[in-house]
Design a protein around this ligand. Structure first.
Ligand SMILES: Nc1ncnc2c1ncn2[C@@H]1O[C@H](COP(=O)(O)OP(=O)(O)OP(=O)(O)O)[C@@H](O)[C@H]1O
Ligand SMILES: [Mg+2]
Length: 288
């Protein structure tokens, strides 16, 4: 295998997928660099899982060019598959096996797997290593899914809503795992509904809505590009609350200072959060 430093790990142009009348993916372009953590954000039904499944070669596409680690997933070989780790949105491991048996079993499918005990530790399942899968909680099962996604020591890891069902501590532990894998050079694509997760982990992210990319870039840049307008709130002397949206909040506050000649009652200046930007981009602004 030849690796080109500037070669994209994932290169998608004009991807389309139709299910009957439903256009699930409507002309998506994505470029994920090697070593990058890339977040795919979007509301329910946006086309995230469909895209991830096409990248893994598990679903056919109707149109578009797709290259994943230099191969077209539609004709991916077994050797290619072993270089791609995946955590599906809906996973089901055999219920009667223990965690350790399952991780060891899956390790045998790969030419150069990670150490099963190490992986069990990485996902925080040491205490459950000898337990049957059917006895695990939902979040513990999800951790096992993540373990099975990384056991083959993949070059590219595709994670479809990996932290759904995780408690806050498990989510933090998962974030640490993603950072560790990223430091080791793994390219990671993750879909998520959690803005703070995308912001914490992703070098770049794409927001998809109705099968199209509506915004793409570094999380901070996205917020800067779409979220410049600030909101200034204060209370008038007669007790009436006022709100003003403005690109120049400093000027507004200066004017208020002049007018009030002292403290401005109830003064608050807020910038849109990434979540505000996200809801606006995906047309869900009224959901707040
Ligand atoms: N096998 C299928 N048959 C028919 N329609 C499908 C199928 N899979 C997905 N769809 C439809 O395609 C659209 C995109 O679905 P997809 O699962 O890719 O969205 P998603 O972004 O992963 O959503 P979620 O956040 O809920 O997981 C939806 O309208 C969905 O109903
Ligand atoms: Mg999905």
């Amino acid at each position: 295998m030849t690796t080109h430093a500037n070669e994209l790990a994932v290169d998608v142009r004009g991807l389309r997928k139709q299910y009957g009348d439903v256009t699930a993916v409507d002309g998506i372009d994505l470029g994920i660099r090697r070593g990058e953590v890339f977040g795919l954000l979007g509301p329910n039904g946006a086309g995230k899982s469909t895209t991830v499944e096409i990248l893994q070669g598990n679903r056919t596409r109707d149109a578009g060019e797709v290259s994943v680690l230099g191969s077209d997933p539609a004709s991916g070989t077994r050797a290619w598959r072993s270089r791609v780790g995946i955590v599906w949105q809906d996973e089901s491991a055999p219920a009667e096996l223990t965690v350790r048996e399952t991780v060891r079993h899956f390790a045998r499918y790969y030419p150069r797997p990670r150490d099963p005990e190490e992986v069990i530790g990485l996902v925080g399942l040491e205490a459950k290593a000898g337990s049957r899968i059917k006895s695990l909680s939902g979040g513990q099962r999800r951790r096992l899914d993540v373990a099975l996604g990384v056991i083959g020591d993949p070059e590219l890891l595709l994670l479809d809503e990996p932290t759904t069902g995780f408690d806050p501590a498990a989510r933090r532990q998962f974030w640490d795992l993603i950072r560790l894998l990223s430091e080791e050079g793994t390219t990671i694509l993750l879909t998520t509904h959690y803005l703070e997760e995308a912001e914490a982990l992703a070098d770049r992210l794409a927001v998809v809505a109705q099968g199209q990319v509506v915004a793409e870039g570094e999380p901070a840049a996205l917020r800067g590009r779409y979220g410049t307008e600030a909101t200034v709130e204060w209370t008038e002397p007669d007790g009436v609350p006022r709100t003003e949206r403005t690109d120049t909040p400093t000027r507004t506050v200066a004017e208020l200072m002049h007018r009030f000649d002292g403290e401005i009652p109830g003064l608050k200046v807020t910038r849109p959060t990434l979540e505000d930007v996200y809801l606006r981009l995906t047309g869900q602004e009224d959901a707040r």
